[in-house]
Design a protein around this ligand. Structure first.
Ligand code: NAP
Length: 454
């Protein structure tokens, strides 16, 4: 332990998304003497709440009020603009802190692994989401949003987010904190068709009923389904009766209710397709269509899966977004399970093979994979903190308070008070433009703004 009197533990948490903040909250609850430094790669906190949650889901974003409260604690510090692997190493952190908790999330996306995936016009939903949400790493991207037909692969909530953003009218998006660039690019006067592809049937859809019902309630969007694709096969019917949740049933009821007449006044059609797997993206230098194979539902290893029927179809597409899950990226010096795309751990303690890595823990998507809603991370982080409390510190922190060392490494370290300045500026700019917030989309601009304020 360093020089602070009366402190039992000095903990660094890397990543200030929901799982990082929930780890801080759980640590404060479990140990009144712990001190937490929350380190963040960007000059802005909140991870996917800022860069992932859709701009028209401001209610979900209000979860940050609880994180702001945590930030008022005296034993809390937040240091932004410091990147693990670039500015500091894991060994350096473990030397200066009693323990390190990795809350780094899943920064990359799963790919389809099919021919044509690298054609122009094909992207992961992750890139598109980060772009319209002002993530500084993605602002150089351009997307062919003038296409008449868009294909979204996957039927999870990320697929629902991107399909909704593609189909929504300007009036729906304009008051949100979507970037001006994205808003302008999405503003078309032509009718658009968004085809959302599920490889299994409606009973296995991963979206939540609330998400799909929300889309159908947006004026100008006609959510439609194909009658023969939403009729349940015998296996799904039996599964729904035996194991289906209320959400599964509601999803099936909803999609079965959308097979009727076309809404001629709709500016956007969203076609929810089921039992179709993309097998290739077609086009010469840019994507023009998605070739899909129709599937049937089969039982495999006790789970309802799908297999191809040998019947193919081509769906026109000027843009394709793969929304088939996120993946964590390896951190130098930290074990990584390539197959599962996460940091291997035993109840939150990082393991190398079977051997626990001393004083190193993990929470959130980097721990369990990319699943669950924001609130899921609260229980998950608490579980890791329970493990921490049961595990003695093996290599106590060496040396003085690490702040001076961090400042030496990152001269433009950003503090919580400085983030509050950025926050206030974004909100003020937003008010002037009639939107909830006008985000900074460049780290250089954020740092320049802070410099001007000094
Ligand atoms: P997800 O819920 O796991 O959905 C992934 C989808 O991709 C599934 O439909 C999956 O189908 C499909 N898929 C996977 N590999 C595929 C392939 N090779 N070909 C075709 N389809 C494939 O993941 P997510 O949408 O990325 O969401 C991650 C988590 O964040 C979820 O827990 C989600 O609920 C949450 N989230 C919540 C909100 C919200 O509450 N508004 C918004 C966004 C995200 P199979 O089921 O057949 O594997």
């Amino acid at each position: 332990m360093g020089e602070e009197v009366g402190l039992t533990q000095r903990v660094a948490i890397v990543g200030s998304g929901p799982s990082g903040f929930y780890a801080v909250q759980a640590l404060f609850k479990a140990d009144p003497d712990v001190r937490c430094d929350l380190l963040e790669r960007l000059p802005t906190p909140y991870g996917l709440v800022r860069g992932g949650v859709a701009p028209d889901h401001q209610k979900i974003k209000s979860v940050v009020r609880a994180y702001e409260k945590t930030a008022t604690e005296e034993r809390f510090r937040w240091f932004g603009n410091v990147e693990l692997g670039r500015d500091v190493t894991i060994d350096e952190l473990l030397e200066r802190y009693d323990r390190v908790v990795l809350a780094v999330g899943a920064q990359s996306a799963s790919r389809l692994g099919i021919p044509g995936e690298n054609l122009r016009g094909s992207y992961t939903a992750t890139e598109f989401v980060a772009w319209y949400n002002a993530h500084p790493d993605y602002q150089d991207r351009t997307f062919p949003l003038d296409a008449d037909d868009a294909v979204v692969v996957g039927v999870g909530n990320v697929a629902m987010d991107v399909a909704r953003i593609l189909a929504a009218p300007r009036s729906h998006l304009a008051p949100t904190d979507i970037t001006d660039t994205a808003l302008a690019s999405l503003d078309r006067d032509r009718r658009v068709r968004v085809h959302v592809l599920g490889r299994r049937g409606p009973a296995q859809a991963a979206f939540t009923p609330k998400e799909i019902q929300e889309i159908s309630a947006i004026e100008g969007i006609d959510v439609r389904t194909v009658k023969k694709e939403v009729k349940l096969d015998p296996l799904s019917e039996a599964w729904l009766d035996a194991e289906g949740t209320r959400a599964n049933r509601d999803n099936v009821d909803f999609v079965q209710s959308r097979t009727g007449m076309r809404l001629r006044t709709a500016r956007a059609e969203m076609w929810l397709r089921f039992c179709v797997s993309p097998v290739a993206l077609l086009g010469d230098d840019r994507v023009e269509a998605v070739k899909v194979e129709h599937n049937r539902i089969v039982e495999r290893d006790g789970r309802l899966s799908c297999e191809g029927t040998g019947v193919f179809e081509e769906i026109p597409a000027g843009i394709v977004l793969a929304a088939v899950g996120y993946r964590s990226v390896p951190i130098p010096g930290v074990p990584f399970d390539v197959r599962r795309g996460l940091i291997p751990n035993e109840a939150g303690q990082v393991v190398d093979g079977d051997v626990p890595v001393e004083d190193l823990f993990v929470v959130g998507w980097a721990k369990r994979g990319p699943s669950g809603l924001i609130g899921t991370n609260r229980l998950d982080s608490t579980a890791t903190v329970t493990t921490m409390m049961r595990t003695p510190v093996m290599n106590p922190a060496q040396g003085p308070d690490p702040e001076a060392w961090l400042r030496e490494r990152v001269p433009q370290l950003v503090t919580w008070a400085e983030w509050e300045q950025l926050d206030a500026h974004e909100t003020q700019r937003g008010t002037e433009k009639g939107k909830v917030r006008d985000k900074f989309a460049s780290v250089t601009e954020m740092l320049a703004h802070l410099k001007d304020q000094r």
